[in-house]
Design a protein around this ligand. Structure first.
Ligand code: IPD
Ligand code: CA
Ligand code: CA
Ligand code: CA
Length: 267
């Protein structure tokens, strides 16, 4: 079918863009890497490498898929004419990258007609590439990715993350205070894209976060869903910046309901 051919092409282009950007970031990380600018708050940082990675990726798409639109965290934005739009996080986990910690990734998703068709999350220092094609499953490298079956709530290992704005963080800390005594433990790895892929690969039972942007979750959301996770926002709502929740059937609904009770979607 033409749609299958399109998906295969988008996957190949996304994998190559992510691999090139990953190589630039891993091999080209300056020893004295510093903060180039701050954005929404003093701890919301961008480095020269975030910008270089986004440029490499958008130049690559302009060359290989000139009719496509792009939306990138560091400012890339164009409509395109093909109906395909690329959602790009040139480094998800910038603070980890800045400190030389391993959990950061290049996240690239292709959307068309309101659906994510392809998602790639490439984590060079981990040596792992997660990928998913809508309706065709999720993979970690060449191995199929599969969520873990839901454990009892009190045995769940839950990932989360925190935004960059102080008032939001105070609220997120309050939700963690309430959640932590009820679960096995909580992890804050520092990359939303990797968190979603870790749910997909059975390395976390579930994940939630408030205040994400499309580039943080577009690719990871598809990887998680294709690995058997349910993803969403508040009960009955789709996953969005308001709230993102991912987990296996059973645990997903329990976490969604509890987060709603705790008001986890508020500012
Ligand atoms: C951030 C990471 C982090 C999450 C933040 C994101 P960035 O993205 O995904 O884990 O908690 O909400 O903004 O700035 O490193 O691309
Ligand atoms: Ca950022
Ligand atoms: Ca991000
Ligand atoms: Ca980023």
């Amino acid at each position: 079918a033409p749609q299958d051919r399109l998906k295969a092409e988008l996957l190949a282009v996304a994998l190559e863009a992510a691999s090139r950007a990953g190589e630039l970031l891993r091999d080209g990380r300056p020893a004295d890497l510093g903060v180039a600018a701050t954005k929404s708050s003093a701890v919301d940082v961008v480095t020269e490498m975030d910008i270089a990675s986004e440029k490499l990726i958008t130049d690559f798409f302009a060359d290989r898929r000139p009719g496509d639109g792009v939306l990138g965290e560091e400012g890339a934005s164009s409509e395109g004419t093909s109906g395909v739009q690329w959602i790009i996080d040139p480094i998800d986990g910038t603070v980890n990258y800045l400190y030389g910690r391993p959990d950061w990734a290049v996240s690239i998703a292709a959307r068309k007609d309101g659906e994510t068709l392809v998602g790639v999350v490439h984590a060079p220092v981990r040596g792992e590439t997660f990928r998913a094609v809508l309706g065709q499953g999720a993979y970690v490298g060449d191995r199929p990715a599969r969520v873990r079956p839901a454990p009892p709530f009190e045995q769940a290992l839950i990932g989360t993350g925190f935004g960059y704005i102080a008032e939001r963080r105070a609220h997120q800390a309050e939700v963690v205070r309430q959640l932590l005594p009820r679960v096995r433990d909580i992890r804050r790895a520092g990359s939303a894209a990797i968190d979603l892929c870790d749910v997909a690969a059975g390395r976390l039972d579930a994940y939630y976060e408030r205040g994400l942007n499309p580039w943080d979750f577009a690719a990871g959301d598809l990887v998680a869903r294709e690995a058997g996770a349910l993803t969403g926002g508040r009960p009955g709502e789709p996953l969005s910046g308001e709230l993102a929740v991912a987990g296996p059937p059973g645990l997903f609904e329990q976490l969604q309901t509890l987060l709603d009770d705790l008001g986890a979607w508020h500012d």
